[in-house]
Design a protein around this ligand. Structure first.
Ligand code: ADP
Ligand code: ZN
Length: 213
């Protein structure tokens, strides 16, 4: 089964994708993670996109489509979760063509709905474990008092350079202008399932499962 998790920054796509990887052995393809990896490895492409990402703008379709294309090679019996991709109509068309070429298809697009106030609250309070990627929130899920990750015991936590109020404003605008048209695009194809992304992680995970059943 191949699915897209669609939603604004902070909707919880990454969190739910991690669950699906654990529970169903699916493969998570997050273009945001790939781009962060590229920039920290100092490749030419990484350097090119760093400033764009920090400002909260979208990198070019060409770059992210290339990244996805590389990952679609080889065995993928567990199915793919596309997380943060596609983000434009051009990317959506390209994904359709790529899957076609691999004899694969899209099974569902799960739209995670969360209102803007909650997004801002989640993102500006967000940090992650440097070792395992567990997500913390200063208010709702603070780093344990002993300073150790509850999942892996790691002691280093990071905040993303683009998780500040100003970049976030741009990221939200980019979402509404360029990505939200995909809701109509996939609705027209009959692939769209919209769920409520507010609430406990387990509750949302249940809604995702229902949407995929
Ligand atoms: P979020 O969903 O929280 O905004 P991501 O980790 O998915 O974060 O993406 C971080 C940044 O990486 C985006 O703001 C954008 O600059 C870039 N990016 C990620 N995926 C794409 C994509 N599919 N197309 C263009 N830019 C992307
Ligand atoms: Zn950890």
């Amino acid at each position: 089964m191949n699915i897209i998790l669609l939603g604004p920054p902070g909707a919880g796509k990454g969190t739910q994708a991690r669950r699906l990887v654990e529970e169903r052995g699916m493969i998570q393809l997050s273009t945001g993670d790939m781009l962060r990896e590229a920039r920290s490895s100092g490749t030419e492409m990484g350097n090119k996109v760093a400033a764009i990402m920090d400002a909260g703008e979208l990198v070019t379709d060409e770059i992210v489509i290339g990244l996805i294309e590389e990952r679609l090679q080889g065995d993928h019996a567990g199915g793919f979760i596309f997380d943060g991709f596609p983000r434009t109509l051009g990317q959506a068309d390209a994904l359709g063509a790529l899957l076609d070429r691999h004899g694969a298809a899209l099974d569902a697009v799960v739209e995670m709905r969360v209102d803007d106030d909650a997004l801002v609250e989640r993102i500006t309070a967000r940090s992650t474990c440097g070792m395992c990627g567990e997500v913390y929130n200063d208010i709702t899920k603070p780093i344990p008092a002993d300073g150790k990750c509850s999942n892996c015991g790691g002691t280093e936590f990071k905040r993303r350079a683009d998780d500040n109020a100003e970049s976030l404003r741009t990221r939200l605008m980019e979402y509404y202008k360029k990505t939200s048209p995909l809701i109509g695009y996939y609705y027209a194809k009959g692939d769209l399932r919209s769920i409520n992304g507010l609430g406990e992680i387990d509750e949302v995970a249940g809604a995702v499962s229902d949407a995929l059943a």
